[in-house]
Design a protein around this ligand. Structure first.
Ligand code: AHR
Length: 519
């Protein structure tokens, strides 16, 4: 039986890796315009998000300084730091999410034994002991080599509280808050650049109208200053949910351009908020619906961008997709408010296709944050006490990190369709970039779960030479890594391509993610 399974697996791998050129015409075709790179793919598109939610911070990032069982640095797990550094994590958003608009940062500084507790009202009503606070987060970012992105409390805080936080973390001279920081053991400021002015102000951040929030934003943004006028601070307005174009219109219309550097957008790939479905036990119909939601990101960005272009043709204000990802039912037996879900090949495809969309909108999308890094929603890492596993989404983000800060190469795509009954979606997702050393990377996703697809690549302005590739694939869409089988899904060398004249024929297995490198 075991031998049979190995034989079937080997046959699957073989069939999916061989080049079918000669038997089958190219399905999709893509021209890569290597001589037309105009925009840089900001590395911050590959950002992450850590909220005080479930086991993201506690048990995920942070296990406490006194933990003898799990190796840590000042309470932060060493295995997490290593995995995220290997991912080249560029930034981390904190402390929420909905939690941010309940958070009072002064509760999280000073000796831990003296810190007050609070109730985490959005995420299960659990007691938050504030043992992970500003110093813990910002020092952790230094350890990770990631830029911190702080979301301030607009919903239930005060302007003074926010102004004090900025002074506490950024002021280099003598000031009440800088002095307090020094008393708490940190001499030099952290120089935090990214500041989110509340979160989901239309919902958990205060149920505000766009017009009301735009005024509040103006007030808060006025007091988020770096005192030097060096324009180092990026103030990001709480943005629209999905297709709420009115929200973006009002932000762009009512906020003076000298007070705003970015506007957010949140979009989750959810089949149905009332019936999200299992993360691991899903049908092809459900897969299709998830992917339709994921690919909707392109339309959302185009339409929000169109509004921004009308008010800001010079593209001074960035679009920041600071929450995105797949959202399913929690794993059976886990706390419903903790949003712990598994991560399958569906999530790998979702991540690959979404990152391609962000890359292709590099002119305006300058940052994005996958929700959320560890143990929450579409996590890249799952932990169970001292055990840690990397999810398929982690592997995709690592394969794609070659695009960070590379020049986006425009594509001309002639796509084919993935059909599901009378519904259809583009089958191939792609983006390409040229890095500082001249290497070209092409990321391709075969969204179609029913068949292999071939893409015929043509390069304009560069040679199709010295090609190598990696692939993430698995026999079943529902496959995932577990604590018992942590390496079931991991990248492998990809050989499914062949050159013919000035073209490259690339054949990808169903629901797979491929990154090619041309040097
Ligand atoms: O990521 C989980 C939650 O989703 C965030 O707290 C909130 O901003 C969004 O609704």
């Amino acid at each position: 039986m075991k031998k049979m399974r190995i034989f079937l697996l080997a046959t699957y791998v073989f069939l999916n890796q061989i080049v079918t050129f000669g038997q089958q015409a190219a399905d999709a075709s893509i021209i890569i315009n290597a001589d037309q790179g105009k925009y840089t793919i900001d590395k911050h598109i590959y950002g992450h998000f850590a909220e005080h939610l479930g086991r993201c911070i506690y048990g995920g990032f942070y296990v406490g300084e006194n933990n003898q069982k799990i190796p840590n640095t000042n309470g932060v797990r060493n295995d997490v730091v290593q995995a995220l550094k290997e991912l080249k994590i560029p930034n981390l958003r904190w402390p929420g999410g909905c939690f941010a608009d309940t958070y009072h940062w002064k509760d999280g500084i000073g000796p831990k034994k003296d810190r007050p507790t609070m109730v985490n009202q959005w995420w299960g009503g659990v007691t938050e002991d504030n043992s992970f606070g500003t110093h813990d987060f910002l020092n952790m970012c230094e350890l990770l080599g990631a830029e911190p992105y702080l979301s301030v409390n607009v919903g239930s805080g005060t302007v003074k509280e926010v102004a004090d936080w900025v002074q506490y973390v950024n002021h280099d001279g003598v000031s009440p808050m800088a002095n307090l920081r020094k008393e708490n053991g940190r001499e030099k400021p952290w120089n935090v650049k990214y500041w989110g002015m509340g979160n989901e102000a239309w919902g958990c951040g205060g149920n505000m109208t766009a017009e009301y929030y735009a005024n509040i934003y103006r007030q808060y943004a006025t007091f988020v200053s770096d005192w030097t006028n060096s324009k180092q601070i990026q103030r990001i307005a709480s943005g629209a949910s999905d297709a709420d174009y009115h929200w973006t219109e009002v932000m762009m219309r009512d906020i003076p351009k000298n007070l705003i550097e970015g506007i957010a957008l949140h979009h989750y790939s959810v089949i149905n908020w009332g019936n999200k479905g299992s993360a691991t036990d899903f049908s092809e119909d459900q897969y299709f619906s998830t992917m339709r939601q994921a690919l909707l990101m392109d339309e959302l960005i185009i339409k929000h961008k169109n509004i921004m272009d009308r008010y800001d043709p010079d593209k001074r204000v960035d679009l920041i997709v600071d929450e995105w990802g797949g959202w399913y039912d929690v794993e059976p037996g886990t706390n419903g408010a903790f949003l712990y879900q598994q991560n399958t090949m569906r999530d790998a495809v979702l991540a690959g296709a979404t990152l391609n969309i962000f890359n292709n909108h590099a002119d305006r999308v300058k940052m994005a944050n996958l929700a959320q890094t560890i143990n929450v929603l579409q996590a890249v890492i799952l932990t169970d006490e001292e055990k840690l596993i990397l999810t398929p989404t982690y592997h995709v983000m690592k394969m794609y990190n070659v695009h960070q800060d590379a020049a986006l190469l425009p594509l001309d795509v002639k796509n084919i369709m993935y059909k599901n009954g009378n519904r259809e979606l583009p089958a191939i997702s792609a983006s390409a970039s040229k890095d500082k050393n001249g290497a070209i990377h092409i990321s391709l996703v075969n969204v179609d779960p029913t068949k292999s697809n071939t893409v015929n690549l043509t390069m304009h302005g560069a040679a199709l030479a010295n090609i190598s590739g990696s692939i993430l694939s698995s026999p079943k869409l529902q496959d995932h890594n577990t604590f018992d089988n942590p390496n079931k899904i991991k990248p492998a060398t990809f050989r499914g391509f062949t050159k013919k004249g000035d073209q490259l024929m690339v054949t990808m297995p169903p629901f797979s993610v491929v990154v090619l490198e041309l040097k």
